[in-house]
Ligand binder design. Sequence first.
Ligand SMILES: [Zn+2]
Length: 194
Amino acid sequence: MLDTTDSDLAHLLPSLRGLVPVIQERYADEHRGYRLFVAETRRTTEEQARRFADGSTRCDGVRRFSMHNFPVSYAVDLWVQEDVATWRVTWAMRHYDNLGAIIHDLAAEGHAIEWGGGFRGFYDGPHVQVTKAVLHADLQRSLTSAGYPLVADGVWGLRSRTAARAFTHSDDGRASPALFAELATHGHLVDVLG
Ligand SMILES: [Zn+2]
């Protein structure tokens, strides 16, 4: 039996957590007989590797990670339920396209979010994430707090990669879950946890 209670909201980035009820309300208003529930937020490296092995994601969690892999998740998966006798999950693409339209509207209203159905070459209809620019700016502010001053412009360029390498004492200059975790461990996350 599938558990259809909203899961894991505590592990969601606060700015995104605040938007989830807005998205759910709009969906229920605009599409009578259907509703969205939170199927997944944060995904551990182990869980990501398992998904990669079974072919349900392009990200292995190490070489290529997902916005779900951060200790505070920058992504949420919303599944559509259909009111037929009992609320049942549906995978019909048009219901996820309807989710995409709502995310598109919210983005137009100024929210820095995007929908996985619009990803090039990989339709991920239930997936909603905060833009990479927001993640990058969060990490840039946090590295600044850690003593590596950066402009929080959301563009992860040479300066950001160099700062990340210096802070982590590693060759990995990516805006990665590991960098995020290390900044958190040392108390340098700035304006991230709400
Ligand atoms: Zn997802």
